[in-house]
Design a protein around this ligand. Structure first.
Ligand SMILES: Nc1ncnc2c1ncn2[C@@H]1O[C@H](COP(=O)(O)OP(=O)(O)OP(=O)(O)O)[C@@H](O)[C@H]1O
Length: 569
């Protein structure tokens, strides 16, 4: 069987500028759109067939070209990965492999599937011909069958006419993210296939040259200035700096931020850095206490104040004397209690439930909320005077997903913490894990990240923690990319000479479009002018008047459109 010798996919091909492709598509589309607006009465019956359909075909051809160029870019990226990996083995990243599988042409090659575990049986293949020079359609991937997402698979291609085949690794990686847009695939081929394939090579083919492995070693928990607040994103550091400043004063601080961003941690940090740090830090979660009990929780009660009050109880406000009282979720504070709280904040005095003696407490107040209490004021569910009383120093903690670099810092620290606690304390984390985590939106913020990593470390005992060890929901939701639109046609179907691959070809294409556009325009002008003249009994003066242009210009237009007025009767 002869081998398919279509033009090779040279790397220079993907150098054709992407904007030019889009420009061509846009141009033809604009033309089509304006044609769609022309009054059908002015158009010849064969209009659609003669003009619209060829234009549509041209637009589709440009789109196809765009796809193909994108594929070539991906191909070039895969070449780069393959270059790094040595000359005998090919590595395809899943999205690429799946696409290839779709365009499989099974009669050209025989394909044998091998599981990664049997890879070592694949004997070294002579490399007398560089695989890079093969036309892409000759790489026939089998239709995806029996793959498990997230698992590396090996496919062995046997190319007809040759004794031995070439080993091709197709990496199933679809759990990591849905198919990316093709123009993003290029970057991701390198970013994602790289670490995974290195892992596969290292684990399964130990006899091959040791690949470069990028794994992160667990390291001791960071402890900067004794602060438990970890992070180095500029917005986070700005919040820490504000907190440091606020700690020096006695003013009430109002901390806002989504759930799990570290509001309580910040409140504690404020306390430990304040001059009250020898005093108590007393937190009270307003959302966790039933509204009828909030007053006695906060201010305590006297013995016999109500049924079941057998002893005097000291409330949180009193316990916090000399220290800090942290009112968490202040937005959940019942409206009925807000007036009493306001009085305490202003006078530093309160009365225990069932008592009549005023009790004083010198507590610094820090409040937190994940709700927009300003909005609650407008809605009438939070007292305006209390809002101003607590909102003296506002401190906003950004959500984790807006603090990209912190995901990395915190992940490393949490991995280190839990790996140290685990039985096998010498474990590593594959870089790809951090890539996946950095793309996950973390609705539960730092608390969620902490839980995810703890769960991951506990649930696997492997020496190298990989993406497949992360909880599936994290991997599935780690994509911030748009959903991939499936390709409509084989990317290399018309590769042989039909599709322009260089700048000159594109210029020619562009000129063709312009010529077509011009001829359509002339044709339309002509039809319009003729219709106008007929309507006005062949009188150029009347027709010009009706069109709102002067007669000289009208004659010019007639001349340009090749209309001889004398033939009109
Ligand atoms: N910057 C950080 N560094 C280290 N750990 C953090 C950081 N931010 C949050 N955490 C950890 O995340 C968890 C949640 O933090 P915390 O309880 O302070 O959040 P929160 O905003 O008060 O949550 P909620 O609104 O649900 O009460 C805690 O285990 C905390 O130690």
């Amino acid at each position: 069987m002869t081998r398919h010798h279509s033009p090779t996919l040279e790397r220079r091909n993907h150098a054709v500028p992407a904007p030019t492709q889009q420009l061509l598509i846009d141009k033809v589309q604009t033309l089509l759109d304006s044609l769609a607006m022309v009054d059908p009465g002015l158009l010849p019956p064969s209009f659609t067939q003669d003009l619209v359909q060829p234009l549509q075909a041209q637009r589709d051809q440009f789109k196809q070209l765009q796809d193909q160029l994108a594929w070539q870019a991906v191909f070039a990226a895969v070449c780069a990965v393959a270059d790094q990996a040595g000359d005998r083995h090919w590595f395809f990243w899943d999205a690429f492999a799946t696409q290839m599988a779709e365009f499989c042409n099974a009669d050209k090659v025989a394909v044998f599937q091998e599981h990664a575990g049997t890879l070592s049986k694949v004997h070294p293949l002579e490399a007398e011909e560089d695989l890079l020079t093969y036309p892409l359609p000759a790489f026939q991937a089998p239709a995806a069958q029996g793959h498990q997402d997230g698992q590396a698979q090996c496919w062995w291609l046997r190319i007809p006419g040759r004794e031995a085949g070439k080993a091709v690794f197709l990496l199933r990686f679809s759990r990591v993210k849905p198919m990316p847009r093709i123009n993003q695939a290029r970057l991701m081929c390198i970013a994602e296939a790289g670490p995974l394939l290195r892992t596969v090579v290292r684990d399964k083919l130990p006899h091959l040259k040791e690949p470069r492995v990028t794994a992160v070693k667990a390291r001791p928990v960071k402890d900067t200035e004794g602060s438990p607040l970890l992070g180095d994103h500029p917005d986070f550091l700005a919040a820490v700096a504000q907190a440091k400043q606020a700690a020096l004063s006695e003013a009430t601080v109002s901390i806002s931020g989504e759930s799990g961003t570290g509001k309580e941690l910040f409140a504690h940090y404020l306390h430990t850095r304040s001059r009250r740090n020898k005093g108590p830090f007393i937190p009270i979660n307003c959302s966790a206490i039933p509204s009828e009990l909030i007053e006695s929780e906060m201010f305590g009660h006297e013995k016999g104040a109500f049924t079941g009050a057998y002893y005097r109880k000291i409330g949180k406000a009193e316990q916090a004397n000399g220290g800090t009282l942290f009112l968490d979720e202040i937005g959940e504070m019942p409206l009925s209690f807000q007036a009493k709280l306001l009085r305490f904040l202003q006078e530093k005095q309160f009365t225990r439930v069932g008592g009549n003696q005023p009790v004083s407490s010198d507590a610094r107040i820090v409040v937190a909320t994940h709700r927009d209490i300003k909005k609650m004021v407008v809605e009438g569910t939070f007292r305006e005077d209390l809002y101003y009383r607590v909102n003296v120093i506002p401190l906003k903690i950004p959500a984790l997903r807006h603090r990209g670099s912190d995901i990395r810092t915190l992940s490393e620290t949490f991995f280190a913490k839990y790996i140290q606690k685990s039985r096998a304390s010498r474990r590593e984390v594959d870089e790809t894990v951090f890539d996946v985590l950095s793309r996950y939106p973390f609705p539960g913020n730092v608390r969620e990240l902490d839980n995810i990593i703890q769960r991951t470390v506990v649930m696997t005992q492997k020496p190298l923690i990989e993406v497949s060890d992360l909880p599936p929901e994290v991997v599935e939701n780690s994509s911030d990319q748009e959903q991939e639109k499936p390709f409509r046609h084989h990317p290399f179907e018309h590769f042989d000479g039909l599709i322009p691959t260089g700048r000159d070809d594109l210029r020619r294409f562009k000129k063709e479009v312009e010529d077509v556009a011009m001829s359509y325009q002339r044709d339309l002008d002509r039809r319009f002018l003729l219709a106008l003249l007929r309507e006005h009994g062949g009188s150029a003066r009347k027709a010009a008047e009706a069109a709102g242009i002067n007669r000289t210009l009208f004659y010019k237009l007639l001349k340009r459109a090749g209309i001889d007025i004398s033939i009109l009767g």
